[in-house]
Design a binder for this molecule. Structure first.
Ligand SMILES: [Zn+2]
Length: 278
């Protein structure tokens, strides 16, 4: 696709939580930071967008009360006052006021935690992912990592839903995946990567430096994924569907071996060198 416009992609992060390295499929013992990475994406015609937001101060406030407090115990979270996502964008020389939309990969708190820092910026999300995350009562939602109060009360006025018929079988090396070509120019594909969360997606991005596949939370460590290292029991147990998670990982291994296109995961240490920090 020689006429596919090239995106400019900037990796940023807002906050982190501590977790056992083994849980992510790493070989070392002890704890590591799971950085809440998010992306700023500039399309030459359509303008500036985010993919996720990382954490924000609203999440830190909500952690003071139950049931969200339990999330804070399980995933001790740090967010310095100079690393709110809008500030990170400014520190990188970009303009948060120019954003035209925030594309959401899934509804876990480390991906939507900063939404309230961007009032008036439309959210774009897969309707089925939201319907699954918001099922049940407050405690049940939080147990699945969804904190509804991170989103606007009148969500329907702020969101553009992507419905399932928009996801269609990909072609060529993507024939194993359902994809949604967002701008219908091949520059940004939403790719169905189920398992981690219900209807979780990654994004295949065309940049001037070549394509890259931001697989978000389809794994926590790309080395473990490529080595087909199985997660420990707890790591599998916290996935929405462990079988689908492993099947998605096999498809991603096959894709990577066939194309050589880099896979980049949100919390993976290999992603960190790309992240612009202040
Ligand atoms: Zn997640």
């Amino acid at each position: 696709m020689t006429d596919t416009p090239a995106l400019t992609v900037t990796f940023l992060k807002a906050g982190s939580c501590r977790q056992k390295a083994r849980l992510a499929g790493r070989l070392e013992s002890g704890s590591i930071d799971f950085h809440a990475v998010f992306l700023h994406v500039r399309h030459p015609e359509h303008g500036d967008y985010l993919i996720d937001t990382g954490y924000g101060p609203r999440y830190m406030e909500l952690l003071r009360k139950f049931p969200e407090r339990v999330l804070g115990w399980l995933l001790p979270t740090r967010l310095a006052t100079d690393e709110y996502p809008d500030l990170r964008i400014r520190q990188a020389g970009l303009d948060p006021d120019a954003l035209r939309g925030i594309l959401l990969s899934h509804f876990h708190a480390d991906h939507i935690g900063g939404v309230s820092r961007f009032p008036g910026v439309p959210l774009v999300a897969r309707r089925a992912a939201y319907e699954s995350a918001s099922r049940g009562g407050h405690w049940s939602q939080v147990a699945r990592g969804f904190v509804s109060r991170l989103l606007p009360d009148d969500l329907s006025n702020h969101v553009r839903w992507i419905d399932e018929p928009n996801f269609v079988p990909g072609t060529g090396v993507l024939s194993d995946f359902l994809v949604h070509d967002y701008w219908q120019d091949g520059s940004l594909l939403w790719v169905d990567l189920p398992g981690h969360a219900d209807h979780h997606v990654g994004f295949l991005l065309r940049t001037a430096e070549g394509p890259l596949f931001y697989i978000v939370d389809a794994c926590w460590d790309v080395e473990a994924l490529l080595a087909a290292r199985r997660l420990p029991w707890l790591g599998r147990h916290v996935q929405h569907n462990a079988q689908r998670y492993e099947a998605t990982q096999q498809r991603l291994r096959d894709f990577h071996h066939a194309t050589g296109i880099p896979l980049l995961a949100c919390h993976c240490h290999r992603t960190l060198p790309r992240v612009v920090t202040a």
